[in-house]
Design a protein around this ligand. Structure first.
Ligand code: PBG
Length: 328
């Protein structure tokens, strides 16, 4: 061999191979999604997401206490709302005693050492399944009325104990309105994690099963982003949300959008969160369960890639595997 550069040299020598690693995953990097439903003692596996459950508030609190014991530090709550409580205006979202608020209170009461975050959206609460109030012609989501109601929902979450509010509905002007509303209600310390860059993605399919939030007609393309647009639209979205007061910004989905994640990381000074969404989970989990690939290795590789691309924190459903695979 004449060439003096041998990249293989550092790969084969075990301590060096590890020493030159730059990307590490810790349990503290993760935010765990929780689907809270009505009832007591309920734990229902989501058909399209094996290993992920809809849980009543009592069971979800137990589950979170176990995860806290394993060294995980944060969760994001989603509500699974009974059909009879849904209506076109999503009124249950504004009920201060709904499943999400009750879970937040329970985590506080039991002093479970987990940072409480909430997904802020109407799709789980509306009978039509869209992310807000429909306009007069009932074909599109009306932006500003929806934002007004999101502010009320956020104040309820803050009152119940949320430390971080994560608006996911892609309504324009949401972050500024939330910041104003939270401050006015005395919640200046509650942070906003904006789903700034959220694509209209087929990879949310299993989640809509988990949260029972599939739109009854049409789709979300009128408010979620077009995957065929360039990186510039993502830059615009993060700029707007940071100007309006976002404390952290999110890119979603994660794996198929690593280019966007990298560009956002280079653009902003706030922490960047990536959401490894339900479809990313289900694909890997299904292939692993079928014996088609090594699930543990593939999951770690998918998450390393997301971190390497620029994520500071990752929302992921893989807590079970991660508790086994990662050091604290
Ligand atoms: C609510 C919301 C969705 C997800 C997170 N918040 C669904 C959607 O936008 O349709 C998807 C998360 C996942 O797929 O894991 N708007």
């Amino acid at each position: 061999m004449q060439d003096p550069i041998h990249p293989r040299r550092l790969r084969g020598i075990m301590p060096l191979r590890q020493m030159v690693r730059r990307v590490t995953l810790r349990r503290g990097d993760f935010i765990l999604p929780v689907f809270a439903c009505e009832g007591t003692g309920v734990k229902r596996e989501v058909a399209s997401m094996p290993g992920v459950f809809q849980m009543s508030v009592d069971v979800a609190a137990d589950w979170l206490a176990e995860r806290a014991g394993e060294g995980f530090g944060a969760y994001i709550a989603f509500g699974v709302i009974a059909k009879e409580k849904k209506n076109p205006r999503g009124d249950e979202a504004l009920n201060p005693d709904n499943v999400v608020c009750r879970l937040l209170e329970e985590v506080g009461r039991r002093k479970i050492g987990m940072t409480s975050m909430t997904d802020l959206c109407f799709c789980e609460y509306t009978s039509h399944g869209h992310c807000g109030i429909l306009s007069g012609d009932a074909t599109t989501v009306a932006n500003d009325v929806t934002v007004d109601r999101l502010v009320k929902q956020a104040v309820n979450h803050a009152q119940a104990g949320a430390a971080v509010i994560a608006p996911s509905g892609m309504m324009d002007g949401t972050v500024g309105a939330l910041r104003g509303g939270l401050d006015a209600a005395g919640f200046g310390n509650v942070a906003i994690l904006s789903y700034a860059v959220k694509y209209a993605s087929a990879f949310y399919g299993p989640f809509r099963d988990a949260a029972d939030s599939a739109p009854e007609f049409g789709d979300r393309r009128a408010y979620q982003m077009d995957p065929a647009r360039g990186v510039e639209e993502a830059m615009l979205e993060v700029d707007l949300d940071i100007q309006q007061g976002a404390d952290m910004v999110m890119v979603k989905p994660a794996g198929p959008y690593l280019d966007i994640l990298r560009a956002v990381r280079q653009r902003v000074q706030v922490p960047v969160v990536a959401y490894q969404v339900s479809g990313e989970y289900s694909m890997l989990e299904a292939a692993a369960r079928a014996g088609w690939l090594d699930g543990d290795r593939a999951v770690l590789e998918s998450l390393l890639a997301i971190k390497r691309a620029g994520a500071d924190l990752i929302i992921s459903y893989f807590s079970q595997r991660l508790a086994k695979l990662l050091e604290r």
